[in-house]
Write a protein that binds this ligand. Sequence first.
Ligand code: FES
Length: 158
Amino acid sequence: MKENQVDRRQFIRTMGILPIVSSAMIMSLCTSGCSDDDNPTSPLTGEKVTVLLDNEPTLANNGGFIRRSFGANMNGNRPVIVVRTSQDKFRAMSSYCPHEGGTIGVPSGNKAVCPNHGAEFGLSEGNFAQNIGGQSSASAQTFTVTYNSTAKSITIEF
Ligand code: FES
């Protein structure tokens, strides 16, 4: 065999090892970069929570809000911010700050601020959950809200 020829057995051995090495590299990347702590979104469970509006006077008017935890499987037990953005529209967002995982605070003046580094998130229909000022950040996670005007209730899907 010439010096620069590849030995057939050696070639097959190398090709067999390559996928194993690649898989190990991908797994090590995910253990350091794909953990839940780094993921700004909560895994969607499909669970639904219905809120009766008669029990929530702060949601009676446009711009009104509640900030509440609905349980461990719903947004990881972190508070959810629910805002009435118009007479017949409600929106919900996670309080998990996508910047570095802080907890977004109580809404004030059509925005909510993360106290860790000051990221500001809009709470109006046109900018809901978007980063509108302060620390640059991705948008906060949102959840689908269905309004039932007959039952006077909203249902949030996590
Ligand atoms: S963690 Fe929220 S602004 Fe940095």
